[in-house]
Each structure stands twice: as C-alpha cells, then as structure tokens.
Design a protein around this ligand. Structure first.
Ligand SMILES: [Zn+2]
Length: 461
C-alpha cells in the first residue's frame, strides 16, 4: 500500500478550507490534485480564480476593479499567456503562487524568472526546516519583492502552518516557522466493517493516512486480516483543527475502539502517546541514538545558534555526531520512510514518520538503504553516514520532531513501552473518561439524527 503523507488530509479538507474562495477554484484544485494527467487549462486556472484568500490580516477579498487588473509579473517580464502570480491585494509588491502538480522549487523559480542565487540562499536558510523541498499541489507561496529583489517568501502549508523567509541585507535569509494552535473540535467517525477496516473506515470518513496510522498502531494487538470480520464495529474520535472557523486539514486521532466478536481493542491518546484502557503504552519504544556503538557528539541542538560570519540566526535543529564516512546509521524507532532526498546543503537525507506524533531525520548521508514508502523497524540499518551537502567534515546530523516541532533528541521524552503509574495514571484515567463520554455523546447524537432522518423518510413515503 502506498504511504500517503498528511497532505492527504489537507487535500480532502480543501473544499472546506476557503469558504470565501470561488467554488470553481476548489474544483479546479481538486482536479489538479487527483487527476494525474489533467489538461493544463484545468490544472492552471487563470488569474484570480487562483486566489486562495487566507485569513492572514494582510489578505483581503479582491474587489471587482482589482479583479479586472492584469496580474503583473513579479520580477520584470511577463510571458503574455501566463498569469501564474496573483497580486496580493492590500499589499504592494506582493504576489501569490499556488503550487501545481509537478512543481519543484527550481521549476517555479525558473518559470518566474527569479535568480538562482536567491533560490540557493533560500535553500541554505531552509537547511534546518527542509520545508521547501516538500512542496505539494495546493500549497501557496507568497513572494514580496523590493527593488527587483526577493525580500520575503512565505510558504503556506495550510491556514495554521507557514514558514516565512525574510531577507537580511545581502547575506541571505532568516526563517520563522509559524504554527497556529487554532481550535480543535472533536468528531466521531464510526461504522460497521464490511470487507476491511481500511475500506470501511475510509467510507465512514477517515483519510487513508488515518486508517493506516490506526492499523499500524494496533497491529500488535489485532490481526486486521484474520480477527476482523464483517459486522465488527469501530469508533474513532478525531480532533480537527480550525482557524477562524475554517478547517486547516490538520487532524489528530484521539481515541480508537474496535469491537469484534470476542473482544474490544482500545487506544487513547495521552501526552503524545497511545495507551490501552488499562494505561499500558501501545507504542513501540524508541532508542536514543541513531547508531549502535559510541560516537562523539560534535554539535548540540541549539535553536538560537547564529552563523559565525554573517551573524544570521541559523537554528541547529539537530544533534551532530562525528562519524567516519560509511558508518552504519539505524532508525531510532519503527516507522515509514517519508523522504529520501538529495539536497544541496543537507546532502542525501532520510526522513521517517513514527506513528502520529514523531518524525526523525538523518542528514549528510553517503548512501541510503531504504526507499520512500518503506516500513522500517527500530534499530534497522537505513544508511551509511557521510559528508554530503554542505558539511565541514564527516558527521551525522540527527533530528527528532514531536508534533511537527524539532526537539532536542538527546533530552526529549521519547516513548518507552511502560505502563502509566501514580499521578500520570490518574490523569490518564480522567482523560479516558472524557474520551468515552465524548464517544457516547456523539453516538447518541447520531442515533437521534438517524431517527429524525428515518421519520422524515417515512413521512415522505
Ligand atoms: Zn547538524
């Protein structure tokens, strides 16, 4: 089965994100995303049909007079038949570009005739975020120019998550990753299994990614092929993120209950980990170091680091280990490989997603033994360390992210497969009660709705 990243949920949430955007825009974007060989006129709607109006204060709804304006090219010449950049209303010298299928940062820069030097400066800044090589159709880039120079670039993944690159004189850019907390609203997805959990789950409203995360999480406790049969039931309590009443596409799985003929399988999210009803950790343990043996720690995690010469802020979002080129690198937890990428500055790097909350990255590699989409087990050899990209000597740069944020992998609380005890256990039990109450309440609501529905149907018969 092909692994799908969290952008899948973003895509499914697309039509609801921008209620103010034209319906045609949503349809065109969806088509562009779902149909691989779409005719260009569909995948690149013209001019303002492209406009996604986000809720950031500097974006305003376009007025008619501005709609009729021809979108000027950001940086000099405009190919006559192309209107890829949309002026950002209310902000002069600001333009938006919506990422299309097949785009890469360099193809976008080429099409927009932006200098390659600027792109390399951005990539250099992006080294510790690695956001720019994760562009997907539907993401928005906002370019601000000044004196024919790129002053600021904003990459909007969704309403709640963006990365801003700001020029600092001639030296390059600094970045700032912005995540809004937003409001999280719960929603119960429930149903009966017909052929498979994944199929019926998706039918009921789970994304592919969510269904896969659940089977991955519970596979030690239930054999989804053998133990799950037609007529078994499931309940999944999701939490969906909203910013200004619009769905961002970010979802969290909070509680899972699967009932088959013999028993009930439960999982509840508590402090970034899943536990069963007895407070036993369901997640596989991590190991602290991405290798076996001992290597010298040569550079610490430091979110406030500055470049020694330019003085620009260059957060070091990982931990470096001095390792001879060719040393074996292992994954610190079970997971799925989400990226194997060659980057001008990060070199050859691997990213692995571990369940819902954790992600690790391994940079400057010499050789990868894994491919994107592959499942890996804790301690499995995934690569040879190296010196690729911009690196002052052979070393491994290792990152751990929790819920999308880089943390110090040497000190972070990582899942260790133990049961909750004492105070933790009582606060878990409180949380568990809340989840169960929420599930019951949603069910009661659904039953009431169904009854109302059938009464309506009956009365119209
Ligand atoms: Zn490093």
């Amino acid at each position: 089965m092909r692994w799908m990243s969290s952008s899948a949920s973003f895509v499914t949430a697309l039509p609801k994100i921008h209620q103010k955007a034209l319906a045609g825009l949503a349809a065109a974007l969806l088509l562009a995303v779902f149909i691989p060989s779409t005719d260009n006129s569909i995948s690149s709607p013209l001019s303002l049909d492209h406009l996604i109006d986000t809720d950031a204060p500097f974006f305003e709804t376009p007025t008619l007079s501005i709609r009729q304006q021809k979108a000027p090219w950001a940086f000099d010449k405009v190919p006559a038949n192309e209107t890829l950049l949309i002026p950002n209303i209310g902000r002069s010298n600001s333009y938006q570009y919506i990422v299309r299928k097949g785009d890469t940062l360099s193809s976008i820069f080429e099409r927009l005739q932006l200098p390659q030097k600027t792109m390399y400066q951005l990539l250099e800044t992006d080294l510790n975020v690695l956001a720019l090589d994760n562009l997907k159709p539907g993401h928005t880039l906002v370019f601000d120019k000044q004196d024919q120079q790129l002053l600021r670039l904003e990459l909007q993944f969704n309403l709640a998550h963006k990365v801003v690159y700001q020029r600092k004189e001639d030296n390059g850019f600094e970045f700032n990753e912005v995540r809004l907390e937003g409001d999280w609203k719960q929603k119960l997805i429930s149903g009966e299994i017909l052929y498979s959990f994944t199929g019926s789950g998706k039918q009921a409203g789970l994304s592919q990614w969510e269904a896969q995360t659940i089977t991955e999480l519970l596979k030690q406790r239930v054999d989804f092929r053998r133990d799950i049969q037609r007529g078994d039931t499931f309940e999944v309590l999701l939490s969906r993120q909203y910013v200004d009443n619009e769905m961002t596409g970010n979802n969290k799985i909070e509680a899972i209950r699967i009932k088959n003929r013999r028993h009930e399988i439960n999982a509840f999210l508590f402090e970034d980990n899943y536990y069963d009803e007895k407070g036993r950790n369901l997640e596989k343990a991590f190991q602290r170091y991405p290798f076996s043996g001992k290597y010298r720690l040569s550079s610490h995690f430091n979110p406030k680091r500055r470049h020694p010469i330019t003085r620009l802020i260059r957060p070091h979002n990982g931990t470096d280990f001095a390792m001879r080129k060719g040393s074996p690198v292992v994954t610190t937890g079970d997971g799925i490989v989400t990226r194997v990428v060659r980057h001008k500055y990060a070199g050859l790097y691997i990213e692995i997603q571990h369940g819902q909350s954790y992600k690790t990255r391994y940079l400057h590699l010499n050789k990868s033994y894994v491919v994107k989409g592959q499942r890996v087990k804790r301690g499995e050899r995934i690569a040879q360390s190296g010196n690729s990209g911009r690196s002052t000597g052979a070393h491994l740069h290792f990152e751990l992210h929790v819920n999308g944020r880089p943390v110090n992998a040497m000190t972070a609380k990582i899942p260790i497969a133990v049961s909750l005890t004492g105070k933790k256990k009582s606060s878990f039990q409180k949380q568990l009660k809340d989840y169960l109450a929420q599930i019951e309440a949603s069910q009661a609501q659904q039953i009431a709705l169904n009854k109302k529905d059938s009464t309506v149907k009956e009365s119209t018969l």
